[in-house]
Write a protein that binds this ligand. Sequence first.
Ligand SMILES: NC(=O)c1ccc[n+]([C@@H]2O[C@H](COP(=O)([O-])OP(=O)(O)OC[C@H]3O[C@@H](n4cnc5c(N)ncnc54)[C@H](OP(=O)(O)O)[C@@H]3O)[C@@H](O)[C@H]2O)c1
Length: 300
Amino acid sequence: MRAVRFTRYGGPEVLEVADVPERHAGPGQVRIRVEAAAVNPYDHKVRAGAMSRGKPLDHPVVTGQEASGVVDEVGDGVTGTQVGDAVFGFAVNGAAAEYAVLHHWARQPVGLGFVESAGLALAAETAERGLRHLDVRPGDTILVHGAAGGVGQAAVQFARLRGATVIGTASAANHDLLRSLGALPTTYEPGLPARVAELAPEGVAGVFDTAGTSLDELIEVAGAPARVVSIANYTAGERGVVVTTGGADSAWDALPRVSELAAQGSYRVRVEAVFPFVEAAAAHRLSESRRAHGKIVLVP
Ligand SMILES: NC(=O)c1ccc[n+]([C@@H]2O[C@H](COP(=O)([O-])OP(=O)(O)OC[C@H]3O[C@@H](n4cnc5c(N)ncnc54)[C@H](OP(=O)(O)O)[C@@H]3O)[C@@H](O)[C@H]2O)c1
């Protein structure tokens, strides 16, 4: 099957469309004929070798962690999903291919197309996981650091649905976007605790860090390291911050609800750009620029 793969670590130029062996759905998995696959920061970190712990690459890797498409194989033990169902979900790896094996998925939201659905799963799961760690409740005020990114936008929307007030950091150009999602925007500049205190004089219940910067200030805003949850600062645990990478605390069970919210328009994922598989390098460049304000999607 055709897939976007790389055979050595490096810049976006190592991506190529080439044939790779087909994969099949194992127990508890489904395989989809891919209609669209989203690009996430993890994809270019893997491609650059940043996740390899110095080990050289000894086999081709198919890029991409999430996709939408039509189920064509159902693994043992799967109930409630049939061949022919349109779904979106998480592929662990290998999403940008003719066929991808999904480990977690939900039905495509009514009214959304494959391109709009491709980027629903990963940001939503990560955001929901972070909010669960913070135990966000109605009436709480939280700070989302990096609120205009994929995970940040999901976190803002889900926290608002939980009845929380949300302050979000973003570049000034994204402040209208944050307002449209119901957040109170502020900038990344030093002096964050004072700006947050002005917006929330009674303090914040917690901080969700999706940007991985300004750790000292985030701890000061939260009042205690344990009230900061980070998905992007992997050494923050040394300071007592809750660092989550998924695993036992994953929130994949939220995907059916995410599908409903997307169908109702209560959870919106903006698509920034769509590239054909053969232009995957351009898609990675745009993602790496960190200037995209919505999902970057690849189509076969
Ligand atoms: N631990 C996990 O389980 C997990 C899961 C998913 C993602 N992640 C990680 O979480 C991070 C966010 O993911 P994402 O999908 O939301 O990424 P994304 O959509 O690419 O987020 C881009 C955002 O980063 C902000 N940004 C730009 N330059 C920055 C800088 N120098 N410092 C800090 N932020 C900057 C931008 O905000 P402005 O445009 O407002 O400047 C932009 O909105 C990534 O590092 C990703 O690898 C971790």
